[in-house]
Write a protein that binds this ligand. Structure first.
Ligand SMILES: [Zn+2]
Length: 176
């Protein structure tokens, strides 16, 4: 397999960046040995130096200071609004609504609540499983009792007693 000039040209950038697989690099190298024009192109590309794009320096004296003071101003604004709300609630003689009150729980407390909640859910699940099983047993027993009652109410002719053992699987003549 050989590469033509276009294919080699397509791979030159990758070759220079050492991104070709060994097999491809070998093929390109073979073409370059035999093709002066591609070799010339490669050497031109090697000689090319791309100027690094430079970012224009932005002169922003005191940028972080202004950012900081802006953030602090916003915080003061928020606190002022909160204080005004609290005062309004006080003058109205009412505690702030429960969803406005801040929850101050330590992480340990939160973990404890979460654990209790999980425990409660787990217990509920176990209880409902037990109830299901008991109900299932009850239904089963009711079915059996019903069947026995039906059998007792309609005594059929005495069935022949089948011999115990393997022969029990063989139906008697006339029993079907
Ligand atoms: Zn070529």
């Amino acid at each position: 397999m050989t590469l033509d000039c276009q294919e080699v040209e397509d791979r030159m950038a990758a070759l220079l960046d050492a991104e070709l697989s060994p097999g491809e690099a070998e093929l390109v190298g073979r073409h370059l040995d035999a093709c002066p024009s591609c070799a010339a192109l490669l050497s031109r590309m090697e000689g090319q130096s791309f100027p690094r794009p430079t970012l224009p320096a932005v002169d922003a004296p005191g940028f972080w200071d202004r950012m900081e003071s802006r953030l602090q101003a916003e915080r003061r604004e928020i606190e002022a609004v909160r204080a005004a709300e609290a005062r309004a609630a006080e003058t109205a003689g009412a505690r702030p609504a429960w969803w406005r009150r801040e929850l101050r729980l330590s992480p340990a407390t939160v973990m404890l609540y979460a654990a209790l909640l999980l425990l409660a859910f787990g217990l509920a699940a176990v209880q409902s499983l037990r109830v299901d099983r008991v109900q299932g047993d009850l239904a089963h027993m009711e079915q059996r009792m019903e069947r026995e009652q039906r059998l007792a109410a309609t005594p059929g002719p005495a069935l022949p007693v089948e011999p115990v053992g393997a022969l029990a699987q063989v139906p008697f003549r006339g029993s079907l």
